[in-house]
Design a protein around this ligand. Structure first.
Ligand code: HEC
Length: 142
């Protein structure tokens, strides 16, 4: 999984450098992150959705602390919905790619939790969090 993430991030960096037209630049925010287009209403809903993701991660950690692996797996599946994705559709290829990598990581987490192996579960959880972090470093809602 780490290899996939690193490969993806490398590709993302290369494509970000390749994007240099004036039009493309207008989609880059003040802090250098790419803007995900959307109305204020849409952006507010997306942020609310994101806060739910943080809450899901908190519940997964709480279940893990109790060694409730099946509960943690259930919460992961429920929190990240069908296909365990981020649930935000945006018309930006790199963002969709990031969503896809995220979806894979949460699917893997849900499966790994079922092994009842704490070390592997924490590693899978870390992979998920790494993608949360990478996406936040790269994107911003308009
Ligand atoms: C595919 C991209 C992507 C992924 C993956 C992602 N986020 Fe986000 N998230 C965003 C963007 C974009 C924002 C808005 C950042 C901004 O505008 O500064 C955001 C904002 C947030 C916020 C702030 C909400 C607010 O009200 O200000 C939280 C909390 C958050 N995300 C949690 C998470 C957690 C937890 C995960 C992983 C489980 C995650 N996100 C995964 C893209 C993503």
């Amino acid at each position: 999984m780490k290899k996939t993430i690193i490969l993806f991030l490398a590709l993302f960096a290369v494509s970000a450098i390749a994007v240099s037209s004036a039009e493309a630049r207008s989609h880059i925010g003040d802090d250098g992150r790419s803007l995900v287009p959307g109305s204020p209403d849409e952006s507010a809903k997306r942020l609310m959705h994101m806060r739910e993701h943080l809450s899901t991660i908190q519940k997964v950690v709480a279940a893990l602390a109790l060694e409730d692996f099946s509960g943690a797996s259930r919460i992961t599946k429920k929190g990240f919905g069908h296909g365990h994705g981020i649930g935000i559709k945006a018309d930006i290829e790199a963002f969709s790619e990031m969503e896809h990598v995220f979806e894979e990581s949460t699917g893997k987490l849900a499966k790994t939790l079922k092994t009842n192996d704490m070390k592997k579960s924490l590693a899978a959880l870390e992979d998920v969090l790494l993608i949360c972090e990478s996406c936040h470093d790269a994107f911003k809602f308009q």
